[in-house]
Design a protein around this ligand. Structure first.
Ligand SMILES: *Cc1c(COP(=O)(O)O)cnc(C)c1O
Length: 392
């Protein structure tokens, strides 16, 4: 780690140059590494040094550059990159937990995260209690003296509810439980998760970090002891490694991450203001709008409102579909954090698997449209949304 600021780390952090002195990071597209002698191989298997690699499932120079750059950005001691965001979430939880442990998790989770905590963990004897993440009393009641892990998404998908990481961490740390934060919606640019008390922070780098819809990736960040002693043995033997090519794409993504996220967030903020109050919408949800139920917390923990907003069309699914089909600049897809603006209808796609009752409990109205704001001209985006909404 260096004392550089974020934007310098995003460009220079973690650089490893070969003997050729290349300017752009090299893609070391190799699975294995050659040892000069049998003794050198033996030595390396006993303990690999910082710049020594054994097999790409364990580590690779391009992947290591990405991990070190990301750790410097987030202010973490160390990091391990994974094949996808879900590989990161799964490895984090599976490496920390054993049969008999107790986990408390927020209920408003990305579908695959919910699958892990609701279906996979209990199969291995881990007890899971789900809570309304915005309700501190529920956290307080659910966290027990034997709770070992607390899991949450800092900003929920797609209703953009914030969890008070500082307060939840205080409750968790009082019983020595570790706090794991899936921080995708906050982005590494606005993240303050470690400062607020998180022990482990996880990202799907498929989202803002790639930011141009190409590669899957994930990363787990935390203290060196956790990354090397708990997470690495699990990951290196179970095969969730990031490919060197994807790591290179992600490294290049980091270089422009700050610029992209800030531009997208400024645009999202303008769009939210432009749509609020439209009579065909029952809600415009954006963390930095004063109408957001947790506006004060959002102002306190998020420097900007972020790149995502949700709108709720009056008239449910038919109205939402009419608007979606009328859009010309926005594309209908389910990724987010992309240069291209994307709209999603969670009730029929990303959250289709949930029961209607759970969707209702999570506030996923059939009229809700999730909007990921990209890098297009903001006026074009506002115009596109306004004309689509007028088609309702
Ligand atoms: C996308 C996403 C994931 C999963 O990431 P993948 O890279 O698709 O595996 C996990 N959590 C959140 C909050 C996400 O948005």
């Amino acid at each position: 780690m260096t004392d550089w600021n974020k934007r310098t780390n995003l460009v220079h952090g973690g650089i490893r140059r070969s003997q050729y002195g290349e300017v752009a990071e090299a893609i070391y597209l190799t699975q294995g590494f050659v040892y000069e002698t049998a003794e050198a191989a033996e030595e390396r298997f006993i303990e690999a040094g910082d710049d020594e690699f054994i097999y790409a499932r364990y580590g690779n120079p391009t992947v290591r550059m990405f991990e070190e750059r990301f750790a410097a950005l987030e202010g973490a001691e160390d990091a391990f990159a994974t094949a996808s965001g879900m590989a990161a979430v799964n490895a984090t939880l599976m490496s920390m937990l054993k049969a008999g442990d107790h986990v408390v998790s927020a209920r408003a989770l990305f579908g695959s995260c919910l699958y892990i905590v609701e279906e996979v963990l209990p199969r291995f004897g881990v007890e899971v209690t789900l809570v309304d993440g915005t309700d501190l009393e529920e956290w307080e009641q659910a966290i027990r003296s034997d709770t070992s892990v607390v899991f949450l998404e800092s900003i929920s998908n797609p209703t953009l509810e914030l969890i008070d990481i500082a307060s939840v961490s205080r409750l968790a740390h009082a019983v020595d439980a570790k706090v794991v934060v899936d921080n995708v919606f906050a982005t590494p640019i606005y993240s303050r998760a470690f400062e607020l008390g998180a022990d482990v922070v996880v990202y799907s780098t498929t989202k803002h970090v790639d930011g141009q819809g190409r590669c899957l990736g994930g990363i787990v960040l935390g203290q060196r002891e956790f990354i090397r002693k708990t997470l690495e043995p699990y990951l290196k033997h179970t095969g969730g490694a990031m490919s060197p090519f994807n790591a290179w794409v992600m490294l290049k993504g980091l270089e422009t991450l700050d610029l992209r996220v800030r531009a997208m967030s400024a645009s999202a903020s303008r769009i939210a203001c432009a749509l609020e109050g439209d009579e065909r919408l029952s809600a415009v949800i954006y963390p930095h709008l004063p109408s957001h139920p947790q506006y004060n917390l959002a102002r306190e923990v998020l420097e900007e409102g972020g790149t995502m907003l949700s709108i709720v069309a009056k008239g449910g699914k038919p109205a939402a579909f009419k608007a979606l089909n009328a859009l010309k600049v926005f594309t209908i897809s389910n990724n987010l954090g992309d240069a291209k603006s994307i709209v999603t209808h969670p009730a029929t796609t990303t959250h289709q698997r949930l029961s209607e009752a759970l969707r209702e409990e999570l506030g996923i109205d059939p009229g809700l449209i999730r909007i990921s704001v990209g890098l297009e001209d903001t006026d074009d985006l506002i115009g596109d949304l306004k004309s689509a909404i007028s088609a309702i």
